[in-house]
Write a protein that binds this ligand. Sequence first.
Ligand SMILES: Nc1ncnc2c1ncn2[C@@H]1O[C@H](COP(=O)(O)OP(=O)(O)O)[C@@H](O)[C@H]1O
Ligand SMILES: CC(C)(COP(=O)(O)O)[C@@H](O)C(=O)NCCC(=O)O
Ligand SMILES: [K+]
Length: 252
Amino acid sequence: MHLVVDIGNTDIVCGFYTETEWKVILRTPTHQPWSAIRMEHWIQKELTDKGFPEVKVESILISSVVPSVLTQIQKGLEHWVNYPVKVMGPKLYATLPIEVISPDEIGADLVANSVYAHTNYRSDVLIVDFGTALTFTLVDAQGKMKGVSIAPGLKTAVKSLFSETAQLPEVPLEMPNSALGHDTVSAIQSGILWGYVGMVKEMISRVKEERGPGVKVIATGGLSSILTPLEAYFDEVNKLITLEGLRIVAQQ
Ligand SMILES: Nc1ncnc2c1ncn2[C@@H]1O[C@H](COP(=O)(O)OP(=O)(O)O)[C@@H](O)[C@H]1O
Ligand SMILES: CC(C)(COP(=O)(O)O)[C@@H](O)C(=O)NCCC(=O)O
Ligand SMILES: [K+]
């Protein structure tokens, strides 16, 4: 088997795959007191629990947007498999089938998303990633990353309102039926969820105005199925896009 790891600002996701399919996907919170040994023990225990006690992992590629966590995760994995692990970064970007925008600043997850989009569509594609941040990335037909937009993610917006106010609670991310709320919880749900529906529609429409109506729009990230009124706007909704992109990079 082979392994790709996506270290995001909320979760670390580990995808184990063979030539033909994903075998097992593991998820754990990013913010833990990570040490190399904690990582090695966690992955061994999870694999055993999921019915893969003695896997042979032939290659590992990591994408990280959390530098403070990367070192211990990488060390733990390298100790586990006993060979160097690859990490997404500017040196690797130079070998990709896409042209990476601002290689020293760009998030590695956005690069992986772009590799997936270009490999599968070969047209203008807008990737909407509903993670800790809500990101929009445009890749053109030649595989050039043309631009990125970054906003607070849905859960980040909810948490920020809760932590910056005295009287507003943290609310579940559920689409309200009506435009305006009738109590505090539904009022916050209205503001954030309908507000974000509007934000995503506005971004899609602006990008299509600039690039033409043929732009494909694909959605990923843990929160990509919350804004149900957007379903018709997406050509694909797939929570595995970042892992799929990493797998393409690892296999090249
Ligand atoms: N398969 C899933 N089903 C339901 N919720 C999920 C799933 N995966 C992730 N989430 C939730 O979606 C949120 C964003 O996750 P993710 O896209 O992995 O963010 P990041 O990449 O920033 O770490 C998290 O709060 C997580 O708990
Ligand atoms: C934009 C992000 C915070 C998204 O991270 P995520 O929501 O997946 O945890 C991450 O890709 C990042 O830190 N990017 C660096 C800045 C940039 O891409 O321009
Ligand atoms: K992500």
